[in-house]
Design a protein around this ligand. Structure first.
Ligand code: PLP
Length: 454
């Protein structure tokens, strides 16, 4: 039974009885109270208690075009009416899938001209990792199997994605496949010590090269990294980092996979994070912002040098999903790209990101709880610190961040806490007034947090 918000059905108890949530301690959830989100409009959400909440995270970094866009609804309805589903196996395609592949190839960095569709970021990552293995097998180098990722990297929740990522809790529970290793992330604030950011960027890249030498380049298939590490706390690499990684992967003949699931489609102020950082990927995984989260869709964008091996030499590639190239999802993605390009949302991300960061700097640079305000485009993080001068973390990392996150949502603002970094990534359509509101709500919440921990 579906019901309107606030009507007789108690969604909280129905949910508790039957619904298992992602990344959730269910005992804690059931002891507390699940929040029922009922509506979205622009940058705002509404819950079943009637609260209006500014979504400073664009859902899970995905609602780039904002909530409730009638154009996207119409695109889905029109395609559902015409052809709601057909697969892309067995020598068939559909117009939206073909058109979207062409459009993505046009948008992607030079040389990236081929697209494999999937449904989620995790599936795209799995596809890229399997493809890396298949690529080397096809070229007669099956021993090239290792994948190098980074600590605090997040590449999804499938077993391969969890293994490639650097989230220790995920490894501990079930995500620790052989042939995956992690190295230090380019996290200057946390690991840079006395080095300048530029020195540290080279140092962090060298960890990748050292690991390749330790494993033997003949055993390494790929390096995978998010252009900036989103779920790891918006870790923005120093500008010296990616050029070194480009060089290292090329010199050691290792595929470079840029996981653009968060960074893609304007989040960083460029269409892709690879454009922003000058990354030269062999494969890019995209999801989230490709449909602004309205419908599940993801893709692996492949460079000619990888795709041509698959096309000309592999024979049948035994891989694919029932919903690969789903016509409705692709139709929504095409319309979403119309919005992103038509409304200049990538450029808007630069301008409004600058406005937002400047205001955050104004209120937080001298705030006793804040050690660092960082960001590019419309993604960023505010690092809470026990001692801003020495960049000292709080003991029991994450406790203060969670406290701050709870104050935020109770004040009507969604910010996410990653350890003790408060991260933000609002819809790219956010206005000046909404930025003012976001900053005011954040300031109030940070002040309340400081009162509790000082
Ligand atoms: N890769 C990155 C960089 C992500 O941030 C995420 C999700 O947050 C994923 C992969 C997994 O995407 P999904 O949750 O759609 O499977």
């Amino acid at each position: 039974m579906l019901d309107k918000a606030g009507d007789a059905v108690n969604w909280q108890s129905v949910d508790n009885a039957h619904h298992l949530h992602p990344f959730t301690d269910h005992k804690a959830l059931h002891e507390g109270r699940v929040r029922v989100i009922t509506e979205g409009d622009g940058v705002f959400l509404k819950d079943s208690d009637g609260n209006r909440i500014l979504d400073g995270m664009a859902g899970l970094w995905c609602v780039n075009a904002g909530y409730s866009r009638p154009e996207l609804v119409q695109a889905a309805a029109a395609q559902m009416t015409k052809l709601p589903y057909y697969n892309t196996f067995f020598k068939t395609t559909n117009p939206p899938a073909a058109a979207l592949a062409q459009r993505l190839a046009k948008l992607a960095p030079e040389g990236i001209n081929h697209v494999f569709f999937a449904c989620s970021g995790s599936e795209a990552v799995d596809t890229a990792l399997r493809t890396a293995r298949v690529y080397w097998q096809t070229l007669g180098k099956p021993e090239k199997k290792f994948v190098i990722g980074r600590e605090y990297g997040y590449h999804g929740s499938t077993t391969l994605g969890a293994s490639a990522g650097g989230m220790v809790d995920m490894h501990r529970q079930a995500g620790d496949m052989p042939n995956f290793v992690q190295v230090m992330p380019p996290y200057w604030y946390g690991y840079g010590g006395q080095m300048s950011p530029a020195e540290f960027g080279i140092y962090a890249a060298k960890q990748v090269e050292d690991k390749i030498k330790e494993l033997g380049a003949d055993n390494v298939a790929a390096f995978i990294g998010e252009p900036l590490q989103g779920s790891g706390g918006v870790i923005i690499p120093p500008e010296t980092y990616w050029p070194e990684i480009n060089r290292i992967c090329k010199e050691h003949d290792i595929l470079l996979i840029a996981d653009e699931v968060i960074c893609g489609f304007g989040r960083t102020g460029k269409m892709f994070g690879s454009d922003y950082f000058g990354i030269k990927p062999d494969m890019m995984t995209v999801a989230k912002g490709i449909t602004s989260g309205y419908i599940p869709l993801s893709a692996v964008l492949m460079h000619d040098r990888v795709a041509n091996v698959l096309i000309n030499q592999t024979g049948e590639y035994y891989h694919g999903f029932t919903y690969s190239g789903h016509p409705v999802a692709c139709a929504v993605a095409l319309k979403n790209l119309d919005i992103i390009e038509g409304e200049g949302l990538v450029e808007r991300s630069v301008v409004m990101g600058e406005v937002l960061r400047q205001k955050f700097h104004e209120v937080f640079d001298d705030h006793p709880l804040v050690g660092d305000v960082r960001g590019i485009g419309l993604i960023g993080g505010i690092e809470l610190s026990a001692d801003k001068r020495t960049r000292r973390f709080f003991e029991k990392n994450g406790r203060v961040g969670q406290m701050c996150r709870d104050f935020c949502i109770n004040n009507g603002l969604i910010m996410r806490a990653v350890r003790d970094t408060m991260v933000f990534a609002p819809p790219l359509i956010i206005s000046h007034e909404e930025i003012d509101l976001m900053v005011a709500l954040a300031k109030k919440s940070f002040d309340q947090t400081y009162e509790k921990v000082k």
